[in-house]
Design a protein around this ligand. Structure first.
Ligand code: IMP
Ligand code: MG
Length: 179
């Protein structure tokens, strides 16, 4: 795979499509075993996770459901911290086995703020599947139950991840070339 240019930045190949595919199949195999008979509900967080969610869900062979949500963060008028709200979460979660699908856990802020809101809805269980994790960037601890790849604190592109809205369609993952 040759390096690519997106707007002003250069990116070089980092994880091949074949490697991503193999790892996703391994994660799906674990989930197929652990959730057989539990009819898990996957909740994919848009936009970034759409490609991971599609490939993971195709490899799920047990009865399972999926829904897609968007998270919006805004500054409360009186509070100083960001508040996260979800759009599109129509399914009742009570007593369901829920698996969150995220593209990448970076600082952990998003999930740290959002997970308590899901716990309130009393799912039977709540686990996290993330394709990528940057432990060096972590500000809030997030326990990832199904992790694709641990990566250093570098900017990544492709397979759902964007730079300035571009690059989500790339079937492999690229890293920003420094210098
Ligand atoms: P967190 O709240 O810092 O964990 O942010 C997670 C979100 O930031 C991810 O769901 C991505 O949408 C975005 N993000 C984090 N790192 C990258 C990256 O390297 N490339 C593209 N998007 C990223
Ligand atoms: Mg995301």
């Amino acid at each position: 795979m040759p390096p690519i240019q997106v707007n002003d930045k250069k990116f070089s190949p980092y994880i091949s499509a074949a490697k991503i595919n193999n790892r996703i199949n391994e994660l799906a195999a674990e989930i197929n075993t652990e959730y057989d008979g539990k009819r898990p509900l996957f909740i994919a967080i848009l936009n970034g996770s759409f490609m991971f969610a599609a490939d993971l869900f195709k490899a799920i062979k047990i009865d399972a459901e999926i829904c897609f949500i968007k998270l919006a963060s805004y500054k409360g008028t009186r509070s100083t911290g960001n508040v996260i709200t979800s759009i599109g979460l129509d399914e009742p979660l009570k007593d369901r086995h829920v698996i969150i699908i995220e593209d990448i856990v970076d600082t952990g802020t998003t999930l740290h703020k959002f997970l308590p809101q899901l716990h309130i809805l009393q799912p039977a269980s709540l686990k996290i599947a993330a394709l990528l994790h940057k432990p060096e960037a972590l500000k809030y601890p997030v326990a990832i139950d199904y992790l694709g790849f641990t990566v250093p604190n570098i900017f990544l592109l492709g397979f759902g991840l964007d730079y300035d809205g571009l690059g989500r369609n790339l079937p492999e993952i690229y890293q920003l070339t420094v210098g």
